[in-house]
Write a protein that binds this ligand. Structure first.
Ligand code: SAM
Length: 239
């Protein structure tokens, strides 16, 4: 029997994350301890599907890059790790512009909650935009998935940036107020901005007066780059 050449794949769940836009989301999971809450959708809201998942410290999330689907896919993509202009084959990259728009991330398993008949699975270390549809969840199996001698030569050429992050002293009371609701807020902002989310062609600039903006949870965060560090200059509660 020949295999079909196309398949129906359903979204089984959506994930809520602090990342309200693609900009500034870490390039890969576990670069920031960002929390995710997975809510299973109609037809998949069955806690039995998760029976035994507590045996695993980490999980694979398979998902759809839903915010890029309408832009289609390309055989070659610009590689941020190569400075942003050089290209690589899409299948030699973790680009979002893939033939089937499927992404995969290893995250920390923080456990199941079930309230009013709604099953949720909490995870940590996500690199997904809020509302991303999931098509599968699988346990991370270290004896097979962890490869001791794996090489990523691009990491040697162009490692992920790491800048110091400072909050303007005038923001301290606002920060304390935000943390009554989101206790991980300053740690999250620090981890996200330390990776210098500016476009690759700007990342060599150690002083950049432009004010960049990113929304984390319901907070608009404004930042600049000064003396090689990231300076958070504005925090605005939205809505
Ligand atoms: N770990 C996954 C993988 O390798 O398949 C994702 C890697 S991809 C380079 C990570 C980026 O995808 C994030 O920085 C964000 O900009 C983007 N992204 C996250 N969720 C998305 C979504 N639902 N639709 C489109 N882009 C998304």
């Amino acid at each position: 029997m020949t295999a079909p050449s196309s398949f129906d794949i359903a979204s089984i769940a959506t994930i809520a994350t602090p990342f309200k836009q693609k900009f500034a989301i870490p390039r890969q999971p576990n670069l920031a301890k960002a929390q995710g809450v997975i809510t299973f959708g109609e037809g998949f809201n069955d806690i039995n599907m998760l029976k035994g998942i507590e045996h695993y410290s980490h999980l694979w999330l398979l998902f759809i890059f839903h915010q890029n689907l309408e832009r289609g896919w390309k055989s070659t993509v610009k590689a941020p790790r190569l400075g942003g202009n050089a290209t690589m084959g899409v299948l030699a990259s973790r680009s979002t512009h893939r033939p089937n728009g499927i992404g995969m991330s290893v995250v920390v398993n923080k456990g199941i909650t079930s309230r009013n008949g709604q099953t949720q699975l909490c995870v940590e270390g996500v690199d997904l935009v809020d509302g991303t549809p999931l098509i599968d969840v699988k346990p991370y199996i270290s004896y097979a998935d962890s490869v001791d001698n794996a090489k990523d030569k691009l990491d040697d050429i162009n490692p992920i940036p790491h800048r110091d992050v400072f909050f303007a002293p005038s923001l301290s009371s606002m920060l304390a107020k935000i943390e009554t609701k989101h206790s991980d807020f300053s740690a999250l902002v620090t981890a996200v901005l330390a990776q210098d989310p500016r476009p690759a062609y700007k990342q060599h600039l150690d002083n950049d007066e432009k004010i960049y903006r990113v929304t984390l949870y319901d907070i608009d965060v404004g930042f600049t780059i000064k003396n090689a560090a990231v300076c958070v200059t504005e925090l605005v509660q939205l809505g």
